[in-house]
Each structure stands twice: as C-alpha cells, then as structure tokens.
Design a protein around this ligand. Structure first.
Ligand code: GDP
Ligand code: MG
Length: 249
C-alpha cells in the first residue's frame, strides 16, 4: 500500500520553538511518535520526550479521540492522516517529514508510554559512533515488566519467524523503539501499513546490508496498554501475511 500523503495536514505549533528547559544537546535528532487514539497517554509521553528532545513529530493516525488536542498542547510538530492508515504508514509519514526537516538521526517512539525516554540515548550512541546504521530496541535483552505469558509467546513467535525469513539473529521484532541514521532512514521504505512493518524493516536491513545492533530497553505493560495493544490474533495474522508474501513472491 502506498502512503496517502495527500491526506496529510501539518501544523506547526506556536510552541514549536525550543524552550530553555528543552535540551539543546540533540538538535540533529528527530523523534517520530505514531499515535492512534492515544489522548489518555500521549500527554505524559510528550512531556517526557520534550524535556530531552526538541524535534518531536506526532503522526496522528486518523485518531477519533482528543489525540490532536493533546499533541497541540506541546511544542511538537503535529501531522495528521485524515483516516487511520496503520502504524507502518504513520511511521513512514513521520520519517519522511523528519528527513525533509534535516534530521541526521530519526528515532521512532510509541505514543502510549510503554517506552522510556532514558533508553533513547542508548540507541543514539552506536549511530553517533558510526558503529551501526540502525539501533533496534530489545525488551528481551532489557526488561518487560508486566508482560503476560500470552503476549510473550506472541512476540517470541514473531521473533522466530523474522529470524527464519530474514536470517538476522534479532531478539525482538515488534519493538517500536528504534534509531536510524539519516542514510538508513532514507533507504528503508515501509510499504506494509499495519503492524507487519516491523518484520519488513528487519527484512530491508538485510536487503540493503545495513549495519544494525540491538540495545537493551525497557517496555512497561499495564492493563490499559495490554487492552489496547496488539492482540495475539493480530500477531498470527501478521505471521500468516509474511508467510503468504514469501510463497506468492
Ligand atoms: N494499534 C495501532 N497503533 C497505531 C496505529 N497507528 C499508529 N499507532 C501507534 O503505534 C504505536 C504502537 O501501537 P500499540 O497498539 O501500542 O502496539 P504494541 O505496543 O506493539 O502492542 C502506538 O503509539 C500507537 O498509537 C494503528 O492503526 N493501530
Ligand atoms: Mg503499545
């Protein structure tokens, strides 16, 4: 599926100029935050990001709740899909925008508060040092407090299939926390709009022979994120789509 860029509206917030409390230490870093109906959790996520990073882009993926209002209450860029296109499409919209704004490093960071802002610096380090083109967050090298066994199983199955298909020994496929060098962000093209984009990214790392590494991160789970997050059924659908894609290719 190609991305519906014509459906994108951009809003530069009056507060977009960095305030003195915002770190000036990472002006070349752009943080892309895909958000779909995240009004309840986005505020805390943006407050945490805003204290460390001045360039934050929320891609509001056709939300029907107050996600837009919450985003506009922070000094961030707000991009909007007029209808829900899926997380993969939201990420590609945000990455394209960040690159056009001159990002040297693009970070992707979920809106729902499961990621920790402190982990971002650890992902930036190997990119800045020139040791990797892409740094992938891994909860299985780090920690995942509150992760129930059914979700653990689904995630591990995703890892197994991704390893089989891509041949890359990753430990965590469906982790929204990643950092890309400018060149890597420009080369990776996400075409799968939904959650299968995570496996697609790994596959493209192999195709483009990009240098990658994994970094231990923490992903926190609570009842709210579990109710809203990916269901096990969706995980199986992703696996089925990947298998079918291989067979008919
Ligand atoms: N589920 C879902 N999440 C989306 C969509 N578009 C953007 N997102 C964002 O993608 C991120 C990850 O989604 P989430 O459902 O929490 O996935 P999980 O944490 O991997 O189970 C969140 O910040 C969502 O708001 C979409 O169409 N569906
Ligand atoms: Mg989540």
């Amino acid at each position: 599926m190609s991305l519906a860029k014509q459906n994108l509206a951009q809003h530069a917030m009056p507060g977009a100029t960095p305030s003195s409390s915002i770190s000036s230490g990472a002006p070349d870093v752009w943080v892309v935050v895909p958000a779909y109906n995240e009004a309840l959790r986005l505020d805390a996520t943006l407050a945490a990001l805003g204290s460390h990073y001045r360039n934050v882009v929320v891609v509001d993926d056709g939300s029907t709740d107050a996600t837009r209002t919450v985003a506009m209450g922070h000094g961030v860029w707000h991009l909007r899909h007029l209808f829900n296109c899926g997380q993969g499409a939201a990420l590609q919209t945000g990455i394209d925008f960040a690159l056009r704004q001159g990002a040297r490093i693009v970070v992707t960071f979920d809106a729902d508060g499961q990621h920790q802002v402190e982990d971002v610096a650890r992902l930036l380090a190997p990119i800045r040092a020139g040791r990797a083109d892409i740094a992938l967050g891994s909860r299985f090298l780090g920690s995942a407090p509150g992760l129930p066994w059914s979700r653990w199983l689904m995630l591990k199955l995703g890892v197994l299939f991704t390893r089989l298909f891509s041949g890359l020994p990753v430990t965590d496929t469906h982790n929204g926390l990643r950092a890309f060098s400018h060149d890597a962000a420009a080369r990776i093209r996400i075409t799968l709009a939904g959650m299968a984009h995570a496996s697609e990214i790994i596959e493209q790392i192999r195709q483009h022979r990009l240098r990658w590494c994994e970094v231990p991160v923490t992903i926190r789970y609570d009842e709210e994120t579990l109710n809203k997050g990916q269901s096990s059924w969706n995980g199986l659908r992703i696996v089925a789509r990947l298998v079918m894609g291989r067979i008919v290719r």
